[in-house]
Design a protein around this ligand. Structure first.
Ligand SMILES: [Cu+2]
Length: 161
């Protein structure tokens, strides 16, 4: 199945803690996030995923979400986005661009496959505005989602420490 950001992934290979990531330096004008079902994956957590599952962009950047079709959605978790940011959900759209102005972290899940750990973390600018609030919400999530976000938050803290 499609793997996004091959270039970024190649550049970052040495620094990656897990999976695919993209940092601001490697991001083209519009960063692209794919929703992927990899039927060859060894576990559900690897089969249903966002590619990349971690993305950090500057404030004002546009992110293109691809593949929100079939049962996939891109669903912002209301308690895991910055104060004043709009809650959003993309469904039934092969491609949609969203522009992010509010700095902070955005916890995102697929409404259907979140239970398999299909989550991603978008960081816009400085994550610190709502990082602690987003982490505090983790116990409310299902196990696979919680584990997925714990890994992503650990990565954010390592990158932005
Ligand atoms: Cu999905």
């Amino acid at each position: 199945m499609a793997i996004s950001l091959k270039l970024g992934a190649a550049i970052l290979t040495g620094a990656m803690a897990f999976g695919s990531v993209a940092l601001a330096e490697e991001i083209p004008e519009v960063a692209v996030v794919h929703q992927v079902i990899d039927l060859n994956a060894d576990t559900p957590a690897h089969a249903f995923r966002f590619e990349p599952k971690f993305l950090q962009v500057p404030a004002g950047a546009t992110v293109r979400f691809k593949g929100s079709t079939g049962r996939h959605t891109v669903t912002a978790i209301p308690r895991m986005i910055p104060v004043g940011a709009r809650v959003f959900e993309i469904r039934g759209k092969p491609e949609l661009d969203l522009t992010f102005e509010k700095e902070g972290v955005y916890g995102i899940r697929c409404r259907v496959h979140g239970r398999h750990g299909m989550v991603m973390l978008l960081v816009v600018g400085d994550p610190s505005s709502n990082l602690e609030e987003a982490k505090a919400y983790l116990p409310k999530l299902g196990e696979a989602e919680r584990v997925g976000f714990e890994e992503l938050f650990a990565y954010v803290e390592a990158q932005n420490g």
